[in-house]
Design a protein around this ligand. Sequence first.
Ligand SMILES: O=C(O)C1=C[C@@H](OP(=O)(O)O)[C@@H](O)[C@H](O)C1
Ligand SMILES: C=C(OP(=O)(O)O)C(=O)O
Length: 448
Amino acid sequence: MSGHGEAQPMISAKSGPLSGVAAVPGDKSISHRALIFGAMAVGETKITGLLEGQDVIDTAKAMQAFGATVTRHGEGAWSVHGVGVGGFSEPADVIDCGNSGTGVRLIMGTVATTPISATFTGDASLRKRPMGRVTDPLSLFGTQAYGRKGGRLPMTVVGAANPVPVRYALPVASAQVKSAILLAGLNAPGETVVIEREPTRDHSERMLLGFGAELNVEQTHEGHVITLLGRPELRPQTVAVPRDPSSAAFPTCAALIVEGSDIRVPGVSQNLTRNGLYLTLVEMGALIEFENPRTEGGEPVADLRVRFSPDMKGIEVPEERAPSMIDEYPILSVVAAFATGKTVMRGVKELRVKESDRIDAMARGLEACGVTIEEEEDVLIVHGMGAGGMPGGATCATHLDHRIAMSFLIAGMASKKEISVDDGSPIVTSFPIFEGLMNGLGASIRRG
Ligand SMILES: O=C(O)C1=C[C@@H](OP(=O)(O)O)[C@@H](O)[C@H](O)C1
Ligand SMILES: C=C(OP(=O)(O)O)C(=O)O
């Protein structure tokens, strides 16, 4: 992992036409949840297609530290012997969640209503990210949290010995906060209610139902009202993790901007809480065909055929779409640079509290590559230069952020001059086979 002071490998990318099949690894959000819910079930959960990225590995290690038995049987094939809701034991050491906001926030939820204490930390990126958004609602259960100023890691969470159920309306659209409350609600007697005004990824709700919890989702004037009955016995499951649409975004967008490309991307989620990027690309004039729609691992998926799209136009991305494409704005801003006209992204200030300030990272990097950008606290506007129009020729800073690193490497595959990134090491957090997969399609990603 990066961020501990050692020199980081600079990586650069260029590309010929891309062709072939881009089979991306398992979904990161679903992988974290399969391990965590597996650890809270009684008995053995079997997982296939688990993402073996560093973020998920760190969650697997954490589940072991809390007393679950996590075993790897082969590539993507894992099992978790769970200890039951409320059955976590106190870890003997600090829990290091590395680069993962999802890992640390969801695990804090599980600890919140268990009578144990745990101290959490992470890498330099995670230690900058706000945890108050999770510990504030968790305090309503009776949980205490002691962290650094501004609610930063390292932080000790003291679980409530006698938790009470909670009713909480999310002030930000965040699946991590929603999931932390639901995980805490599992070990609180009675009904815990979370209300979200805008729908966010619903993997926790789907998985809770699969593991046998009593959960109800109602659409009211307040938004989605999610009611969970506490203290269920979770039944172990067999979880087939579908491919990650956030990873699929990278080869998809590369094929759209690299001249002569024609690739297939199998099994891309069509879950309405995850597919915002793909809707947006189609509206821009991207040549994407959605074939063979079906259900895989409980998620609606389709196979994509993606071709070089020289006639894409900038659009105004509907603000309410943001939660369904929140991790895809960096790569969308790259595609926008290869469209004609302006692409306007509003309601995106959540990007400022991800692994890096993603608005700032993309704005500065794209400017260095010759693209005109307008930026406000909550808005990013990219002035497109058309197919093949981006000059490139810069080294972009990645700030310990995998999505920033991959976005600029993809930009470099279609820019006039090569683009480098200062540190490619964060890519292993979510997409460990990125380099090999892209090179297999015809790109040339080189180190040093
Ligand atoms: O719940 C999840 O698995 C995730 C939720 C999103 O974060 P927020 O909840 O902060 O929006 C997303 O950015 C992250 O990559 C994964
Ligand atoms: C924001 C992300 O992840 P996390 O919040 O889990 O670190 C991401 O993967 O883009």
